[in-house]
Design a protein around this ligand. Structure first.
Ligand code: HEM
Length: 179
């Protein structure tokens, strides 16, 4: 997992819960990196799982609720760092529809070792998009936060429902209906 996912996560934890919480979850997790991350390096995904699990134990907020909030925040990180990619899309549905075929393809060119999800997309009407998330990392709640913020970014609204097609969250079907 890319370092930017760790650095931004720890910044958000500091903002919401304070630096003591950041230090606590790092010392509770047995990290090869010792909790020192730089944006462009790559770290083990298991480090993110440890940090998230320890934050969840400390705050009593479920890992998925934490991941959703992180997804909402991460969209702003994308706007700041990858605005040149995002500006190609005029509507939220167009952007979401393009993640797999264009956006994450561009990301893979920048970082060949990126661990990205795979989305199956189907536009079932002008206002409806179905996106089936596939990833061994089961970060669908992070995807959900990103999808919600995509609409907010364009000042539009949508109803987003999802259904776990595999109980462990590695395959999740989202239905997105623009209002
Ligand atoms: C992961 C880039 C848009 C869904 C990532 C990662 C990067 C990235 C760098 C981390 C890869 C790694 O750690 O190895 C981008 C860029 C975007 C974009 C530059 C737009 C300009 C989106 C959007 C969604 C999305 C709109 C919403 C569904 C995800 C998910 C992951 C991820 C769920 C976590 C990894 C996983 O679940 O397997 N993306 N992304 N991305 N991205 Fe994107």
């Amino acid at each position: 997992m890319k370092g930017i996912v760790f650095t931004e996560f720890l910044e958000l934890v500091e903002d919401k819960f304070g630096i003591e919480t950041v230090e606590q979850i790092i010392s509770d997790s047995d990290l090869e990196s010792k909790g020192v991350y730089t944006a462009v390096e790559t770290y083990k995904f298991t480090e993110m799982v440890s940090l998230l699990t320890n934050l969840s134990n400390l705050t009593k907020i479920s890992p998925n609720d934490l991941l959703k909030v992180y997804g909402l925040h991460f969209f702003d990180v994308l706007v700041q760092n990858y605005g040149n990619i995002l500006k190609n899309y005029k509507t939220p549905l167009e952007l979401l529809e393009s993640i797999d075929a264009h956006i994450h393809v561009a990301v893979r060119k920048l970082y060949p070792d990126a661990e990205l999800p795979y989305f199956e997309v189907a536009k079932t009407s002008d206002n409806t998009l179905t996106m089936t998330y596939h990833s061994s990392r089961a970060m669908y709640a992070f995807a959900h936060g990103l999808m919600e913020k995509t609409f907010e970014h364009y000042n539009q609204k949508a109803t987003i429902n999802y259904q776990l097609l595999k109980e462990d969250g590695t395959i999740v079907k989202f239905q997105i209906v623009k209002e």
